[in-house]
Design a protein around this ligand. Structure first.
Ligand code: AFP
Length: 312
């Protein structure tokens, strides 16, 4: 990556995508999504923090911000002209759009993951998974791109099209400029982010946590998937997990628009993502509502999790 002030360092998102020989319609799609984030930022800063009076596919109360962010995303995706179908955490079915001239893409997204954290002023994010064609139930390994936007003290965008993982920061003109290129995650150490209720952990997960603590891992957990994963990537080490729980064998996190995109990014940074037995990216989605346990981050830490889970 170039030094601050060099032309490389001032590379904006569109130029970086073009320099990476990304297909034209995909460049346009990713840039449209980056544009949508500007309106989501505005809704976070000034929007209504109340409930929308509706619930999502999982029976969870939707916040006004969830619905507003979803509308912002859907409008952009529909008007792009290159999207054939979308699914969102906030909609209970796949929505089809007109894709005029191909190649067409399908997008699964969580418009405002962790939205319940906005009213306590913690970081939240948008998570996006992109497939080629109109089939959203493809394995995560077949994604053509994955990205997230993190609305924290700084607004950053992290993407991969399978050729490295790269971070951009939003400047005072609300443009995304390159800040880190080819981000990598080491094979162990640092922090661990244990999701879910500890008293519902199975014996294997409980032993795994004790082994992490004995090896000196420090607990860092915000309750927001995007900042928690971003911390692993930017520190270059650590592990996040939201495991299978007693009474909740599939855990909580959603395959299409939380686990697949983050697993794609972490694997392309040299890490790993597993459901405790096999790579997340190799799991055939059974439906848009599919959830899965997840252990994601440094490859050695994920491999250790699989050892404890397989022995339980
Ligand atoms: P919401 O998007 O419904 O706020 O959930 C956020 C999330 O799916 C993910 O961002 C966190 O990792 C996880 O929930 C936290 O869940 P717990 O509150 O059960 O730890």
């Amino acid at each position: 990556m170039g030094e601050p002030g060099s032309t490389k360092f001032q590379t904006d998102l569109r130029r970086h995508l073009r320099d990476s020989d990304v297909e034209r319609n995909l460049v346009m799609l990713i840039c449209e999504l980056a544009e949508a984030s500007k309106y989501i930022i505005n809704s976070i800063r000034t929007g209504d923090l109340g409930v929308a009076g509706t619930s999502n596919l999982y029976g969870e109360d939707q916040l006004a911000l969830d619905v507003l962010s979803d509308r912002i995303m859907q409008k952009r995706l529909k008007n792009s002209g290159v999207v054939a179908s979308v699914v969102s955490e906030e909609t209970d079915e796949i929505i089809c759009f007109e894709c005029e001239d191909g190649p067409c893409y399908s997008v699964a997204y969580d418009p405002l993951d962790g939205s319940s954290l906005v009213d306590v002023n913690l970081a939240v994010g948008t998570i996006i998974s992109i497939h080629r064609g109109n089939n959203l139930l493809q394995k995560g390994r077949d994604q053509v791109a994955a990205l997230y936007i993190l609305y924290g003290p700084r607004t950053t965008l992290v993407y991969s099209v399978g050729d490295g993982v790269h971070e951009f920061a939003m400047n005072h003109l609300m443009e995304y400029t390159l800040t880190r290129e080819n981000i990598t995650i080491d094979n162990s150490g640092g922090i661990y982010s244990p999701g879910g209720q500890r008293n519902l952990y199975t014996s294997g997960t409980e032993k795994y946590v004790l082994s992490l603590e004995e090896s000196g891992h420090k607990l860092r957990y915000s309750g927001g998937f995007v900042p928690d994963i971003n911390q692993l990537l930017m520190k270059g080490k650590g592990v996040f997990f939201y495991p299978h729980l007693q009474g909740r064998p599939q855990g909580k996190l959603r395959m299409l628009y939380e686990l697949n995109p983050m697993a794609f990014l972490v694997e392309h940074a040299g890490g790993a993502a597993s459901n405790g037995c096999k790579p997340i990216l190799d799991i055939e989605p059974s439906g848009i509502e599919m959830c899965s346990p997840v252990f994601i981050g440094s490859s050695k830490d994920v491999a250790a999790a699989e050892e404890f889970i397989s022995a339980e």
